[in-house]
Write a protein that binds this ligand. Structure first.
Ligand SMILES: Nc1nc2c(ncn2[C@@H]2O[C@H](COP(=O)(O)OP(=O)(O)OP(=O)(O)O)[C@@H](O)[C@H]2O)c(=O)[nH]1
Ligand SMILES: [Mg+2]
Length: 449
């Protein structure tokens, strides 16, 4: 297929090699355009990529022809290419060759705002490029390739060493940033706010929903990966304070190293109380299926699949009511792991009241906490205050320390923790009789029995 319309900057030819899949094929082009490429032509081969060039000889000739005739400056492959394939292809085609992972990295790099996001992208880019540099070193040593930027072979070695050192530096800085985040998370947990995480495939409308729930004005865009960091805001849902979290969108076929480097921002999901999985209801069922599958795979990978997950079919302003009903039925049947499925339009504010009712249903209204206080410093008014705020279910004493098992309405937990001398040992959402065996274990170890 050859395109005549002009889009933007660098002219490219896209190559898709794999099973026929309209959703994936279209998404690849959307990504290329989001990275500001002008797509001149899109070559497709519906079979497994293999061989020294990743495509068959016949297709390679076709590709060469297209590149020459259309004046393309770059060729981008859907499938990940091995370093040796990149160099063979570049030699044959006479233009730069890259792949979809590189494309995703370019978009991330263009859009990253926070320091953490920038570092994660830089680390992912270096991890991706290191094998390519290694291959260049190998070829230079075999005398098959001139030195880097026209220099000698040692330029490659120096560049490689520099990249390795830079990666170590970035890892150190990232681990400091993550430690700070961990402390933030602990503080949040200390005050007992449940977290409602807004997740979903890229462009599903997560940030639009986040803005609607929190009255924020975070960037919304019709291009993929508008959001690259998690944002958290406190809101009241039916009188209960809740932290609402916007997250980075998912996309199919990401290599593990990119998930590792980038989706570390998603570790917050593991600490959430409820996951909202935003789904674009305006897409057809096979797209919905592909995208929800991708999201659930990531949840499983990061260990968040056991949370209650509510499917939120968004953009219902774009489809007739009977289609919305069909989509709801389809998602419920196809994904029984979703606790329930509701329909909204984040843009128009439709269905947000129902959404809040659903959120209220899943967030616990009670917390069971184990608190400790020194018997020596204990005074009557302190005990009175504790009894007024919560329901003391059990009192144990061990080596001059009192351990209190208190059931408290969850908005009151913050007040309880402000009582001088009182320390939070452990807490769990729910009343005492709802608490898990883990809670029982914890209780037993605390009172020394
Ligand atoms: N018609 C309609 N458009 C919507 C709705 N919600 C979001 N959109 C549009 O969908 C596009 C993507 O919205 P975002 O909120 O940026 O989506 P996102 O899921 O945060 O995307 P990423 O951060 O890139 O992963 C924007 O053009 C929004 O205006 C909706 O309810 N109805
Ligand atoms: Mg977003």
């Amino acid at each position: 297929m050859v395109y005549s319309e002009v889009n933007s900057a660098v002219p490219v030819v896209l190559v898709y090699c794999g099973p026929k899949d309209e959703g994936r094929e279209r998404e690849f082009q959307v990504l290329a355009e989001a990275a500001n490429y002008k797509v001149l032509a899109y070559l497709k081969q519906y079979r497994r990529a293999s061989g020294p060039f990743g495509i068959g000889r016949g297709k390679l000739e076709e590709l060469k022809d297209l590149v020459r005739k259309l004046g393309a400056k770059k060729v981008i492959f859907y499938q990940s290419l091995k370093p040796a394939q990149v160099y063979r292809l570049e030699k044959e085609l006479g233009v730069e060759v890259s792949d979809r992972i590189q494309l995703v990295l370019e978009i991330f790099a263009r859009r990253a705002g926070s320091r953490e996001a920038k570092l994660q992208i830089e680390l992912a880019r270096l991890r991706y490029e290191l094998p390519l540099i290694r291959e260049r070193i190998r070829l230079a040593k075999l005398g098959e390739l001139p030195g880097f930027h026209g220099g000698g072979r040692y330029d490659f070695d120096a560049f490689y060493r520099h990249a390795v050192m830079k990666m170590a530096r970035i890892r150190r800085e990232l681990s400091k940033l993550r430690e700070r985040k961990r402390l933030h998370r602990e503080r949040r947990a200390r005050y007992g706010y449940p977290i409602v995480a807004i997740t979903g495939y890229t462009c599903a409308g997560k940030t639009t929903l986040f803005n609607a729930l929190t009255s924020e004005t975070k960037l919304v865009d019709d291009k993929p990966f508008a959001t690259l960091s998690t944002y958290v805001r406190r809101v009241n849902v039916h009188g209960v304070p809740v932290l609402v979290m916007d997250t980075i969108g998912f996309i199919q076929d990401l290599p593990p190293f990119l998930i590792d480097a980038f989706y570390a921002t998603l570790e917050d999901l593991v600490y959430s109380t409820l996951i909202l999985l935003v789904i674009d209801a305006a897409e057809n069922v096979s797209e919905i299926e592909r995208k929800v599958d991708t999201c659930l795979d990531v949840f499983a990978e990061i260990g968040a699949i056991s949370k209650p997950i509510v499917g939120v079919l968004n953009k219902i302003d774009l489809v007739p009511t009977h289609v919305v009903d069909e989509r709801i039925r389809f998602v419920k049947e196809r994904f029984p792991e979703l606790s329930e499925v509701i329909a909204i339009s984040a843009l128009r504010g439709w269905g947000l009241d129902v959404l809040k009712q659903v959120i209220a249903k899943y967030i616990p209204h009670f917390v069971t906490a184990i608190l400790s206080i020194d018997v020596k410093g204990l005074q009557e008014p302190v005990l009175e205050q504790i009894y007024r705020l919560g329901h003391v279910r059990r009192v144990d004493e061990c080596s001059g320390v009192l351990y209190l098992t208190v059931e408290v309405r969850y908005p009151e937990l913050g007040k309880l923790l402000q009582i001088p001398g009182l320390r939070l040992i452990h807490y769990e959402f729910g009343r005492v009789n709802e608490a898990s065996s883990k809670w029982e274990e914890n209780c037993c170890t605390t009172d020394g029995s």
